[in-house]
Write a protein that binds this ligand. Structure first.
Ligand SMILES: [Zn+2]
Ligand SMILES: [Zn+2]
Ligand SMILES: [Zn+2]
Length: 246
């Protein structure tokens, strides 16, 4: 199985429009602080699926030379996680989409011009896609009532994507997330402050420790971090195009 972080930015992306902070300047110059919005590509020998469809999806697919997807899993109904699905218009019809009921209702209403094949999924009920076992687990992302993390396993390796969440993750989810080979964790800001609906990088690293994650990478990163090369001395920040093989 192969995992690629197609977009490691937060909802506004880096550079942020109109900003000239050090991270945004590095991003404008083409440095690794340049972050598209959130999508993760998951590949197996049987195909490829996306976890979330960034508003920047078009460029993400072009860069990876991807013209066909075997499924999309949506974690929640925030714009930065689904809006790029419209980029499949006149490219691929009948894409299989997976998500929680209210999440799918909301997103498919927005995307009513698209005709994907809907698959309603419930928390903690595993399903199979491209030969992988996938499970949505409950996380906490107020004020949204439902937001999911994603567990992926090929029977040997276990990958956990926290999705957008605060540190306040339900116990049942934590026990299922335990000892991942890779934890892909939401960490929107450095530990200068807290945001009720996301983890900061300190909280994400504490989560990794609690879960005994064998490897951790932080994502959903804002321009509040110092430029990437400086930040990675302190935290295991992901970057766009970063790959992991299992
Ligand atoms: Zn988000
Ligand atoms: Zn900035
Ligand atoms: Zn969100």
């Amino acid at each position: 199985m192969k995992i690629t972080l197609l977009g490691t930015g937060d909802a506004v992306g880096t550079p942020k429009i109109g900003c000239s902070c050090p991270a945004c300047l590095d991003a404008l110059e083409g440095g690794k602080s340049r972050r598209l919005r959130f999508s993760v590509l998951v590949e197996s020998e049987a195909g490829r699926v996306l976890v979330d469809t960034s508003p920047d999806l078009r460029w993400q697919l072009l860069k990876k030379k991807i013209s066909h997807i075997d499924g999309v899993i949506w974690t929640h109904s925030h714009y930065d996680h689904y809006a790029g699905f419209g980029d499949f218009h006149r490219i691929q019809n009948g894409v299989k989409v997976y998500g929680l009921k209210n999440t799918l209702d909301y997103i498919l209403n927005y995307l009513s011009f698209m005709k994907p094949v809907r698959h309603d999924v419930r928390f903690y009920e595993p399903f199979e896609l491209i030969g992988l076992e996938i499970m949505l687990i409950e996380v906490t992302h107020p004020p949204l009532e439902e937001s999911a993390g994603v567990l992926i396993t090929d029977g040997r390796s276990k990958i956990v994507i926290t999705g957008d969440t605060s540190r306040d993750i339900p116990e049942k989810s934590l026990s299922l997330m335990f000892e991942p080979d890779l934890l892909i964790a939401d960490a929107i800001i450095p530990p200068r402050g807290t945001i009720p609906k996301h983890m900061n990088s300190k909280e994400a690293m504490e989560l990794a420790l609690e879960l005994k994650a064998k490897n951790v990478v932080l994502t959903h990163l804002s321009h509040m971090f110092p430029p990437h090369e400086e930040s990675v001395k302190k935290w295991p920040l992901g970057y766009d195009g970063m790959e992991f093989e299992f």
